[in-house]
Design a protein around this ligand. Structure first.
Ligand SMILES: [Zn+2]
Ligand SMILES: [Zn+2]
Length: 348
């Protein structure tokens, strides 16, 4: 476990927190005017591997070799040449910070950090963090890497085994009470779709009927139209029997603490998917709604709510899809680069 302290006065600025993988979509927007949940689970933090903040350079001003060296393999609008290593955590895990009143700007109904850090160390006044809670943004507190110091406060949490994860089956439901898709689901599926498209080699990919098809088939058909030599993808991971026949592409869980995908045999395309989303696809079984006749038996009070049902198909979150695609080395192949450069017009 770690905590972060102020570099100027050593005040403790966070609760004890454990490091987890960085969510690639942490800085993306989602929806229009929609209030998003807190990004990070309480008691965890993640570190943005990429620089963020000014100076920004447009793609035309960047040497492609320089972009490749930092893991960007296709043109993007702009890249930051600021400081890497921003630390993101749940706002509730910040301690001993105060808002800077003249920095509390946002676009709509909250703070977005547009003027720089909006939280100061309560003890010495140093700018230390940015609280973000405007609509369409993930609620989070971002610590300035140059303003804080990481200190170990105790042993790290042990790494949960795949077997335990499969037994616990901790999953996130895909649809919220009001029938809208969970933003995390839509984003995580969009990121996995980028990996799946890269693993396809440009062929169409078929998926078995059921949960995998409900989340992926429509988007696969948009970007990889049906044709000859289709590849087959299926779920694989802890607690599932090995798929038979062996598919060309395996959709596997990504470990929630290490970020490592479930190991796959060599030569098989692996598509990592957030473990809590994967668990739902692998193990949740909706009972089909069947037409019934007659009356309910005495003593049966059917007052439990039905599972929420989505009011629209799952859409690709194009910002997450193209962000991921641009960071996969495979995007240097012309067929995949064409999909990247085709932009969001490819999706219904
Ligand atoms: Zn708003
Ligand atoms: Zn301080």
């Amino acid at each position: 476990m770690d905590a972060f302290t102020c570099v100027r006065c050593d005040a403790v600025l966070t609760a004890p927190v454990s490091r987890v993988p960085y969510p690639a979509y942490a800085r993306h927007t989602y929806g229009n005017g929609r209030s998003l949940p807190v990004l990070m689970e309480s008691g965890t933090y993640a570190v943005d591997p990429e620089p963020f903040g000014p100076p920004w350079r447009q793609w035309s001003e960047i040497d492609p070799a320089e972009a490749e060296a930092r893991g960007v393999f296709a043109p993007v609008h702009a890249l930051s040449f600021g400081m890497p290593g921003s630390i993101v955590m749940a706002p509730g895990d910040a301690h001993g910070t105060v808002l800077i009143p003249e920095r509390t700007e946002g676009f709509c109904c909250g703070l977005d950090g547009r003027d720089g850090p909006n939280l100061a160390c309560a003890r010495c006044g140093q700018e230390v963090a940015t609280r973000v809670d405007d609509c369409s943004l993930w609620q989070a507190t971002w610590l300035e890497p140059s303003a804080v110091r990481r200190v170990a406060t105790g042993p790290d949490r042990s790494i949960t085994t795949w077997q335990t994860l499969a037994e616990e089956r901790h999953s996130t439901p895909p649809v919220e009470e009001n029938g809208s898709w969970s933003p995390r689901w839509e984003v995580e599926v969009s990121i996995a779709l980028a990996h799946l498209v890269a693993a396809s080699g440009g062929s169409h990919v078929t998926v078995p009927d059921g949960p995998l098809a409900e989340s992926f088939r429509r988007s696969i058909e948009d970007v990889l139209p049906p044709g000859p030599n289709a590849k087959h993808a299926a779920l694989a991971g802890p607690g599932l029997p090995a798929p038979d026949p062996a598919p060309d592409i395996l959709v596997v869980p990504r470990h929630p603490q290490t970020g490592e995908p479930w190991p796959t045999p060599p030569g098989v395309g692996a598509v990592p998917l957030a473990a809590d989303v994967w668990m739902h696809l692998a193990f949740h079984r909706e009972h089909p709604l069947l037409p019934a006749t007659g009356r309910l038996p005495a003593g049966v009070a059917r007052d439990e709510p039905l599972s929420p049902w989505p009011w629209r198909p799952l859409y690709v979150v194009t910002q997450a899809f193209f962000h991921t695609l641009a960071r996969l080395p495979a995007v240097r192949q012309p067929w995949l680069r064409a999909i990247h450069d085709g932009g969001s017009a490819q999706f219904r």
